[in-house]
Ligand binder design. Structure first.
Ligand code: C5P
Length: 298
């Protein structure tokens, strides 16, 4: 069973106060983009979970229970009452620890793939609840498209979005730890009152109208200052995108990947070439969004 599962970019990431459980209350707007990991699952009779990985940055990733895909297979097997005897292969294209929910996408893809392999027919809401237990960003790649996330980011509401947007992603050397970026955000805001986050009207208008210029100026990420504080070179990357005429530029999620919005695919190609030539990023990727969530392809 083969499943393709998309990366996400946060068009808005507004971070409220830290909660007693250590998570932050969020209002975020996710968009799924067609930078996809592929998950292949096969029966592994009596062999338990055997996880292998390939593709960009796959080397060094855990293949044991520390990997969210492993945890996803375990959780679904326990939920439906089967032995977790499955060989999982993850082919990665989504940057690792890059703020694009690559690990979460692999967990979401594994849930869908194992549900199909085991013919367990778990309803979407139950898969979504299992996903939320695995991580705040796991439910979104099940659903895809464009969605508002509240709570930890796991409560999703679909958003009306017209047309397709063209993105260029500047990938960095090495990742950033999500807890470390949230921790830095708290440190930078210490002593200041943190308002309750709310959804940007301008962003909703931009999406409903399919207006890339309005979307470009609506992009907002409260974690950007924290990611840039931990990785000062991100400021130069964002400035380069701006110089090269991106409609908007933002750190993706907790970073360090930077996302730039282009007018169209031709502009995205120009922007990708220009960003590559600066030598400020490890590599660039072009992608479009919104795209559907995890889906069975074979
Ligand atoms: O849910 P997930 O396991 O992906 O979260 C990883 C870490 O990111 C959490 O342990 C927490 O430090 C931080 N986080 C947060 N607030 C959120 C989501 C994540 O503080 N809403």
């Amino acid at each position: 069973m083969t499943v393709r599962v998309p990366a996400k970019v946060n068009l808005q990431l507004s971070v409220g106060q830290a909660r007693p459980d250590g998570f932050h209350e969020l209002v975020t707007v996710f968009q799924a983009v067609n930078l996809c990991d592929e998950i292949v699952v096969r029966p592994n009779p009596g062999g338990g979970i055997a996880l292998t990985l390939s593709g960009d940055d796959a080397e060094g990733l855990p293949t044991d229970a520390a990997n969210l895909a492993h945890q996803a297979a375990e959780a679904l097997a326990a939920h439906v009452g089967v032995e977790p005897d499955v060989a999982i292969h993850v082919h990665k294209a989504i940057p690792v620890a890059g703020g694009m929910a690559g690990g979460s996408a692999d967990a979401a893809g594994t849930l869908v793939a194992c549900d199909a392999l085991w013919r367990s027919g778990v309803p979407r809401e139950e898969l979504s609840a299992l996903a939320a237990d695995l991580g705040s960003d796991v439910p979104f790649p099940l659903q895809g498209g464009t969605a508002i996330g509240t709570g930890r980011g796991e409560n999703l509401t679909s958003v009306l979005s017209r047309g397709t947007f063209s993105w260029v992603f500047a990938l960095a050397d090495g990742g950033l730890s999500t807890p470390a970026v949230y921790g830095e955000c708290d440190r930078l805001r210490e002593g200041r009152s943190v308002p309750d986050p709310y959804v940007s009207d301008m962003l909703m208008q931009a999406l409903a109208a399919g207006d890339p210029v309005l979307l470009g100026i609506s992009l907002h990420n409260d974690l950007q200052a924290a990611a840039s504080s931990l990785r000062p070179s991100l400021g130069q990357v964002l400035a380069a995108g701006d110089d090269f005429g991106a409609l908007g530029g933002i750190v993706s999620g907790s970073g360090p990947t930077c996302a730039f919005l282009a007018r169209d695919e031709e502009h995205a190609l120009d922007l990708a070439v220009a960003l590559t030539s600066t030598g400020l990023c490890r590599t660039v990727r072009r992608a479009q969004g919104p795209v559907p969530g995890a889906r069975i392809t074979g």
